[in-house]
Ligand binder design. Structure first.
Ligand code: COA
Ligand code: AMP
Length: 636
């Protein structure tokens, strides 16, 4: 098939407003927009200014009214509990209306924030859509975070309600959410009046009188009540999703209603090549942006069927789970993180599990969250016999910046590249002084403003932080904080972050946040955390600590305490398992820690002794410790 990509991209460049106005035809609006793009509103302009709409109406009501009532909206497949359930659009709508009624009865109104702290259960989707229905702003918090992270989000979002489950289920343990919830609520200064708790049989939740409402009994009692969709402005917030910044304070990425619906609907057809009624599966978690965009909103807005999978690529029960789900539920297109495929490959290198299932209906596997390494892509292509497509985006953008668009017709694959910019995104690669670099040369990857519909208009209650983090350094551009290059044909190569964010098993984490935790250990004088290459998780954090001069303790004990502290403060998802005591940190004479040099040593990459190093011997010492402890790809 010839690709329509070039013509589509040129069409967008020629008249962006006409392009997005056309895409917006895929959405029901209660009131049409006054202006497709209002350059004088918001920080860099706003999309669909003056329009009114409701995201839940577009995700559920209109499909029920237009012949999809009995089509499956969500396939819940949970190998960790042994449950499988198909939920139709009609059933979703009923449950969402009932939960929305309970929320209204408990005082939640338009614009209020609601935190959702739930694992991969259908009720998480119901809670998100119930918020959208009544114009409340949800903020989903990933279950792998610790209580302190939840408390930070409570204090920033100031929710009037938390909707939680009694537990999450990891392959090796049940994760009781109540401990975390109670701890976070007591740590936060903002007080949350109500919690709605979904009791799961695997772990009970002891209700706090006056605070906790039982999800099941309240929703069952409200069943049959009709709650109309509250009209909201296209520019009103639909949700806040916190993501790692460069400090311990996460950034509250804001998503609006109108532009988000338009962009996601466009992407389902044109990027992922899905048609309404087909099955799409994003194997991620509702706590991440991939879960928001491609487990919940995009498939439902588009009238597709979405798989909500509560399990892992391996160990639930084996490395064939993904292939079983694809075959059993007729998945047409799948999306996951490269690390998940690496985990499967590690256990089933020859693909014995793959051959047990009929995967002939799978049209493509999309990968994102970290760079898709060519080995993993080749392995998956050979076994799945379909295109394996790397695409690049961020929590901030909410949908792909660069992809090989299946729906528009695939372009030639260049391994190691997420292919080309999507309509809406004009990418420039500039040096640190803001000058364009030659094609093929490494630089800062920037998006020319304005950002397209669906991308963040600002950070929650933090316009100045938004400007400072993304806009000020390169005026006229949004800074992706990714470094890379573009080749002569416009293919992008995303090579590294320019800040201290690392990507661990597709999870975005801040090394700065981990350093803050380590620095609070009473025996630690100084520390540095860096991401080192890992064959499974892409990167893992490695902490170097220097003990205070007067400390006479076994360094291994302090290291163990540091590991426990990070787990306790940030959560198990940080996968912080390496703390190493060193005599000094390698620094330049001006005091800058030489993180990238240590990283190169650990990764086995060529490195040069920096001319400005204060004490060259310390790098040899660190190298020896890494070798002795088999840390890093170079010494594993
Ligand atoms: N709730 C509670 N704990 C969680 C959790 C959750 N939702 N998710 C992860 N954790 C815990 C894990 O249990 C583990 O704890 P442990 O230290 O006690 O073993 C820890 O966090 C680290 O988890 P992870 O890095 O995910 O390691 P893993 O060994 O459990 O699994 C993979 C490795 C590669 C299989 C897994 O990370 C994976 O499936 N990654 C895909 C990620 C993804 O989909 N990202 C979304 C972007 S598309
Ligand atoms: P998150 O906000 O968690 O989605 O993480 C976004 C970051 O992950 C990006 O800024 C990149 O650093 C990285 N990332 C995501 N997808 C890709 C990809 N396909 N290739 C390279 N890096 C990626």
């Amino acid at each position: 098939m010839t690709s329509h990509y070039a013509a589509t991209y040129a069409g967008w460049q020629h008249d962006p407003e006409a392009f997005w106005a056309q895409a917006a035809q895929g959405i029901d609006w209660f009131k049409p927009w006054d202006r497709v793009f209002a350059a004088d509103e918001g920080i860099y302009g706003r999309w669909f200014s003056g329009a009114e709409c409701n995201t839940c109406h577009n995700a559920l009501d209109r499909h029920v009214a237009n012949g999809r009532a009995d089509q499956t909206a969500i396939i819940y497949d949970s190998p960790v509990t042994g449950q499988k359930r198909n939920i139709s659009y009609r059933e979703m709508l009923e449950e969402v209306e009932a939960l929305a009624a309970v929320m209204l009865d408990n005082g939640v109104t338009k614009g209020d924030r609601v935190i959702i702290y739930m694992p991969m259960v259908p009720e998480a989707a119901v809670a998100m859509l119930a918020c959208a229905r009544i114009g409340a702003v949800h903020s989903v918090v990933f279950g792998g975070f610790a209580a302190h992270e939840l408390a930070t989000r409570i204090d920033d979002a100031k929710p009037v309600m938390i909707i939680a489950a009694s537990c999450g289920i990891e392959p090796n343990r049940v994760v009781p959410y109540q401990d975390m919830l109670d701890k976070a609520i007591s740590e936060a200064s903002h007080k949350v009046p109500h919690c709605i708790i979904l009791q799961r049989p695997q772990h009970g939740h002891e209700p706090v009188p006056g605070r906790d409402i039982d999800y099941r009994s309240a929703v069952d009692a409200a069943r049959g009540r009709h709650v109309p969709c509250t009209p909201v402005k296209a520019t009103d917030p639909l949700y806040i999703l916190y993501t790692s910044g460069t400090t311990g304070e996460p950034k509250g990425v804001v998503r609006d209603n109108g532009g988000h619906m338009v962009a996601l609907t466009w992407s389902m057809k044109n990027v992922y090549g899905i048609e309404p009624g087909q099955v799409f599966w994003a194997a991620s978690d509702v706590g991440w942006v991939v879960g928001h965009s491609y487990i919940i909103y995009a498939p439902l807005l588009y009238g597709a069927t979405s798989v909500l999978f509560e399990g892992k690529p391996v160990g639930t029960p084996d490395a064939g789970t993904f292939w079983r789900v694809i075959a059993e539920h007729n998945v047409a297109v799948m999306f996951t993180a490269p690390t998940a495929i690496r985990a499967i490959k590690k256990e089933d290198a020859d693909g014995a599990h793959v051959r047990k299932y009929d995967l002939s209906r799978l049209r493509a596997l999309f990968l994102a969250g970290e760079r898709a390494d060519p080995d993993t892509v080749h392995w998956a292509e050979n076994l799945l016999k379909c295109p394996v497509i790397d695409h690049w985006w961020q929590t901030e953008t909410g949908w792909a910046i660069a992809a090989n668009p299946l729906g528009l017709g695939l372009l030639e694959t260049r391994y190691g590249s997420p292919t080309v910019s999507m309509p809406g995104y004009e990418i420039h690669v500039l040096d640190d002084e803001g000058h364009p670099v030659e094609r093929g040369q490494l630089g800062n990857i920037l998006i020319k403003l304005p950002l397209p519909p669906g991308c963040l208009p600002t950070l929650w209650n933090a316009d100045e932080r938004f400007r400072k983090s993304y806009l000020n350094e390169f005026p006229g551009y949004y800074k992706t904080a990714d470094a890379g290059y573009m080749d002569h044909d416009g293919y992008l190569y995303i090579m590294a972050r320019t800040d201290d964010i690392i990507n661990v098993a597709g999870h975005r984490l801040s090394t700065g946040a981990m350093e803050e935790v380590l620095a609070s250990h009473p025996d630690v004088a100084e520390c540095a955390v860096l991401g080192i290459a890992d064959a499974l998780r892409g990167q893992v954090p490695c902490g170097l600590i220097v003990l205070k001069a007067n400390i006479d303790r076994d360094p291994h004990e302090v290291e163990k305490e540091c590991i426990a502290m990070v787990r306790d403060a940030i959560g198990p998802v940080a996968a912080f398992r390496l703390a190493i005591t060193v005599k000094r940190l390698p620094k330049t004479r001006s005091g800058k820690i030489l993180r990238s040099t240590i990283q190169k040593i650990a990764d086995g990459e060529p490195w040069k002794m920096p001319a400005t190093i204060d004490d060259p011997a310390i790098l040899d010492e660190i190298s020896a410790i890494l070798r002795e402890r088999h840390i890093g790809l170079a010494f594993a």
